[in-house]
Design a protein around this ligand. Structure first.
Ligand code: ASP
Ligand code: MG
Length: 411
């Protein structure tokens, strides 16, 4: 009996001293049962938001390095208190910051990627019988500065540690009891899923289901780490995230709405090779992820190019687009932040001949205009007007998930 379990507790789960005590007891139970536990924790409650607010009350543009230094303190509060709570129950625990846990990242402050984990220290602590309480969300760059992994990044810390330490499993404890077919705050008929595949979960996470940090799912898939998302308040099974051959075949597993996006259009871009490369490489150079891209048919040797970005990248993306537009002789740049992205997700979409037409039919019946469309093997997304987003979401959810509409399969 020396199986290692990695558990992650989100901000709400450690939001008060009482809750920290309860989490301490849960961790101890796991230690008794399995032998070794690494608990990865987020900052208490919404303390990260409060740190962000404080920084912004000083300046609109705080340096990214200092932001990481500041935000990393949130997790240092929760790991030390949780270790004390475990020790108060008579068990040995040690809190470790990201750097102490050996989490080495690249130099991208506020959105760093883990490059390597030096597990020596954690292994030494586990071998001496201690419970390790590791700070989520943070690491140290190759230049020895504190870095953070992007908001919600503690999930990624947990999965990365589970992979590096070859843990038996990784449990993500949160304030919801699992993954739902849609956001239960927006869709009253949303249902909890017992299992979902890594690929489906990854799409849902990228599309704005805020339960898991997308990179944590990517890592879990890559290293085949069994993940389970469950409630830290109730003792019942959550949602297991597994390989695709272990889930029941359905066409659509989830329906999402991302209201956190904006569309940028560059008008009358000269139609010649290298222009798209020029624009999108500059955006990539600033680490701005681009989602959908549409280029219309050329007329008079010019195209309009539209693409979507996350809302908080809009400012940076606009200023780059405006500069590049001048340099390449495009006419103008416009943007629209009153848009949202509705998506249906499911591995069955790959084999369905009419998932797309069913979706478009539903949107037509609702009188909704589609501004952009993108499809992949496991999802179909449409950009639509934000004002009708939530209503449309419920309709599409009920049609595809509750009614389980008949969808033909490709031969
Ligand atoms: N405390 C960080 C945040 O609020 C990291 C996390 O919770 O995963 O984004
Ligand atoms: Mg969080």
């Amino acid at each position: 009996m020396n199986k290692l379990t990695v558990q992650k507790y989100g901000g709400t789960s450690v939001g008060s001293i009482e809750r920290i005590r309860r989490v301490a007891r849960k961790i101890i139970e796991t230690k008794e049962e399995y032998g070794q536990v690494v608990a990865v924790v987020s900052a208490m409650g919404d303390s990260t938001d409060r740190l962000v607010e404080m920084a912004h009350s000083i300046t609109d543009r705080p340096s990214e390095r200092e932001m990481d230094m500041l935000l990393s303190t949130g997790e240092m509060v929760s790991i030390s208190l949780l270790s004390m709570a475990i020790e108060a129950e008579g068990y040995e625990a040690v809190s470790l910051t990201g750097p102490q846990s050996g989490i080495i990242t690249d130099l991208h402050h506020k959105n760093a990627r883990i490059l390597d984990i030096d597990t020596k220290r954690i292994k030494k602590e586990l071998d001496s019988g201690r419970i390790v309480v590791a700070a989520g969300f943070q690491g140290i760059t190759e230049k020895r500065d504190i870095s953070t992994l992007g908001r919600g990044g503690s999930d990624t810390t947990a999965v990365a540690l589970a992979a590096a330490l070859k843990a038996e499993k990784c449990e993500i404890y949160t304030d919801v009891d699992g993954i739902y077919t849609s956001d239960p705050r927006k869709v009253k008929n949303a249902k909890k899923l017992d299992v979902i595949s890594y690929d489906e979960m990854l799409e849902l996470a990228f599309l704005g289901a805020q339960v898991l940090h997308p990179r944590s799912v990517e890592l879990a898939r890559k290293f085949n780490i069994p993940l389970e998302v469950k409630s830290s308040f109730e003792d019942k099974p959550g949602t297991r995230i597994v390989e695709v051959d272990q889930v029941e075949k359905v066409v659509v597993r989830g329906v999402t709405l991302d209201e956190d996006i904006a569309k940028i259009t560059i008008m009358e871009v000269p139609d010649r090779p290298g222009i798209a490369f020029r624009l999108f490489s500059e955006l990539a150079g600033e680490s701005i992820p681009i989602d959908m891209i549409i280029q219309n048919i050329s007329r008079d040797n010019v195209n309009d190019v539209s693409f979507t970005v996350k809302w908080d990248h809009l400012g940076k993306a606009l200023s780059i687009s405006r500069r590049v537009a001048v340099e390449i002789d495009a006419r103008d740049v416009s943007f629209d932040d009153a848009v949202c992205k509705l998506s249906i997700v499911g591995t069955g979409i790959a084999n369905s001949v009419d998932a797309a037409s069913n979706l478009f039919e539903s949107l037509f019946e609702l009188g909704v205009n589609i501004q952009m469309i993108s499809t992949s093997d496991i999802k179909i997304s449409c950009i639509i007007d934000k004002s009708s987003g939530k209503e449309v979401l419920s309709h599409i959810h009920d049609r595809f998930i509750l009614n389980d509409i008949e969808i033909g399969e490709k031969n």
